[in-house]
Design a protein around this ligand. Structure first.
Ligand code: NAD
Length: 292
């Protein structure tokens, strides 16, 4: 296929609206889809607000913002994807839901259209099997927040064809991202390496090796990390951290990935990090205050 010029994005949540934002800014026409019009309205308002911020900072011209916003349309009907070169699925992380979405999507697509999924943890090969085109199905894993984070992991399922990998890698490059290629193993590359470090920080906290401030200060100043592991866990969401560790533990069968009981307890308490106001830090005060 020639260069990807028109894409669909399924799920207009934090990842979906970020993907739509960056794609539209790169000159690509975008159709966003969600279950309810309210979610689409909110996503379009978020994109406009984020682009306004870029204009204020001088990193985007007002005319380019207007042109980018005009490239984004929204629909609640899969039929809107009929002339898309690629559809990126970025709906809620739930395998049954994604399988259902993919099966409903395929009949509306051109035969040569590609499908990518932004899943963080579900096997690409298994999602590909829910489509009529496993060769033209690929993982395209963006990072949050999409406009700021430079990486896209491109994940090849068992059946993914070379041309599919090349097409989405080319798109990621045009979106200003750098590609890392991963095979279809649990949690791919970045989360496979990152989450065990966060988990180890939770074990260290649980065992009293250090308190929250000491662990985070240690890793920031001792390893030159921009954020400490517990601060980062709060940013990602402790429920998400736990679920990625469970995917690693189950998928690789190695006890070294067992989630820390303390992390599990925080999730059971509903202390999920920034999004609930409390995790390893109390986010109701500024700056956030360590809780242990
Ligand atoms: P989110 O909850 O912000 O957004 C999900 C959106 O999907 C919601 O707007 C929801 O209404 C929509 N949705 C649900 N069912 C749908 C359906 N049947 N059809 C269309 N839309 C539907 O979640 P998110 O953080 O944007 O995550 C989306 C995907 O991106 C997940 O697969 C997640 O694993 C992945 N991801 C998330 C991050 C992150 O840090 N948040 C990073 C990388 C990848």
């Amino acid at each position: 296929m020639a260069d990807i010029a028109r894409i669909g994005v399924i799920g207009a949540g934090q990842m979906g609206n970020g993907i739509a934002h960056v794609a539209a800014q790169a000159g690509i026409t975008v159709v966003m889809l969600d279950v309810a019009q309210a979610a689409l309205d909110k996503a379009q308002a978020t994109i406009a607000k984020n682009m306004d911020r870029q204009v204020q900072k001088g990193t985007l011209q007002a005319a380019d913002r207007d042109a980018a916003l005009a490239r984004i349309s929204a629909s609640t009907d899969h039929a809107a994807f009929g002339d898309c070169d690629l559809v990126i699925e970025a709906a809620t992380e739930n395998e049954a839901l994604k399988t259902k979405i993919l099966a409903a999507l395929c009949p509306h697509l051109r035969a040569d259209a590609l499908i990518a999924t932004n899943t963080s943890s579900i096997p690409i090969t298994r999602l590909a099997a829910a489509t009529d085109r496993p060769g033209r199905f690929v993982g395209m894993h963006f990072f949050n927040p999409v406009p700021l984070m430079k990486l896209v992991e491109v994940i090849r399922g068992l059946a993914t064809e070379d041309a599919t990998v090349q097409a989405v890698a080319g798109l990621a490059t045009r979106m200003g991202k750098t590609v890392a290629y991963a095979a279809d193993y649990p949690a791919f590359i970045v989360n496979r390496i990152l989450l065990p470090m966060i988990n180890e920080a939770c074990f260290a906290l649980q065992e009293g090796v250090g308190d929250v401030a000491s662990i985070d200060t240690g890793m920031k100043l001792g390893c030159n990390h921009p954020m400490g592991p517990l601060e980062l866990a709060d940013f990602i969401g402790l429920d998400t951290c736990l679920s990625v560790l469970e995917v690693l533990h189950q998928g690789l069968g190695d006890p070294k990935y067992r989630p820390s009981p303390l992390l599990r307890k925080y999730v059971e308490a509903g202390w999920l990090g920034r999004k609930t106001g409390r995790g390893f830090y109390d986010h109701s005060v500024s700056p956030p205050k360590p809780t242990r």
